[in-house]
Design a protein around this ligand. Sequence first.
Ligand SMILES: [Fe+2]
Length: 382
Amino acid sequence: MDELRKFVAPEFIFGPGALDSTGSYARQFAADKALVVTDEGVLGAGWAQKVAASLEKEGLATEIYSNISPNPRDHEVMEGAETFLKTGCDLIVAVGGGSPIDCAKGIGIVSSNEQHILEFEGIDRVPVPGPPLICVPTTAGSSADISQFSIICDSSRMVKIAIISKSLVPDLSLIDPATTTTLPKNLTAETGMDALVHAIEAYVSNASSPITDINAIKAVSLIREHLPQALNHPLDMDHRYNMMLASLLAGLAFSNASLGLVHAMAHSLGGRFDLSHGESNAILLAPVVDFNFHHAREKYSDLALAMGLEPFRNPEETRQGLLETLADFGKGLGITTRLSHLGISKKELPALAGFAMTDPCIVTNPVMPTQKEVEEIYAKTI
Ligand SMILES: [Fe+2]
């Protein structure tokens, strides 16, 4: 209660139609040419073209860069930065989920610092901020559009690195829930589970504050209520709106309170096996809550209530109730509960645990695990 906490967030416009104002906001940056950073899925849905049309309507030239994997690679960032510099762009507009947005953040800092993307790994290691960055998120999950994080895959070592810096906070986010209506069912489920894990990890984080807590706990109750419904009624704007809101609130929480062991372990998996980030998080959530529970009992009790449970008589009942609810919630969304279903075997676990121990997200977990304990948590999901 007596600790100082800072809270960083970009300017954002939230609501249906936000995407259409990209051009007029871009003009405020006095830019002439925008690099639109996106991926093939978002191009297929037509959102990137809509953003480009809005920019062109306001007199800006555009260049599209879309060679981005679901877990964006270092060389894709470098190629994007080369395109930005070669084509004379002076503004970046990221359109998509966490992958294009994280890549766009990387393109920005590589362009302004003329350094390799992997040299920025860690906390506050970006000397010069990138050019102006506008984000138009198209998933209700990553919150990369408002966070100070960028996660990039080091393709030679096959590990994900985290870059955390105030310089990565976008200048503006245009958050339009309509963009999520075209998401395939599996991505709605996986990105929604990512948002749930953001909220839960931020709430129990060692760096949480009353301001991050308010955002995190509200996000949990919104996701519990609206994620299953968004899956069953993909065109219902009420559920899409509330999921986008939940993702935003979870993002404001985790960008400032950081995350925990689920993300440290999921980053390790994603780097080595190129797995879906949301799916990895969903599989690891209950085993990590089980491990952490007694180190943040009161906070987990609040989370149990936000997940719709009645108050329990004692901590053990709360632990059991919360674990069952989280597992059932993921299963109800059609997400697998076992890493073995994704082809991961026990012999991989020591290396996975080793990388998870070095991830910056582990620092704010309610308790610091040993490498052996991390291995045991992975083993529970095989
Ligand atoms: Fe995440």
